[in-house]
Write a protein that binds this ligand. Structure first.
Ligand SMILES: [Zn+2]
Length: 79
């Protein structure tokens, strides 16, 4: 596996398999990746060890657009 950040294409990706108990008994077991270069945090990273066909690439870019929008909104909320 050759993992890359979907935002800045950095290979400096840290993986966190989190199992965090949050308020209200809600438990998150989502795997998270953290990019050391742009601080991207999320469940999605690029695996460039396999050739991605055009259709799959478009799917990934669609997901990235969604993530960017979510990050923007998250950013605005914290201002
Ligand atoms: Zn990055």
């Amino acid at each position: 596996m050759d993992l890359r950040c979907p935002i800045c294409r950095s290979s400096r990706i840290n993986y966190y398999g989190t199992s965090t108990t949050m308020g209200g008994g809600y438990k998150s077991t989502d795997a998270k990746y953290v990019c050391e270069d742009c601080r991207y945090v999320g469940a999605l990273v690029l695996d460039v060890s396999e050739d991605i066909d055009e259709k799959a690439r478009q799917e990934v870019e669609k997901d990235l657009e969604k993530i960017k929008l979510e990050m923007d909104e998250e950013y605005k909320r914290t201002q």
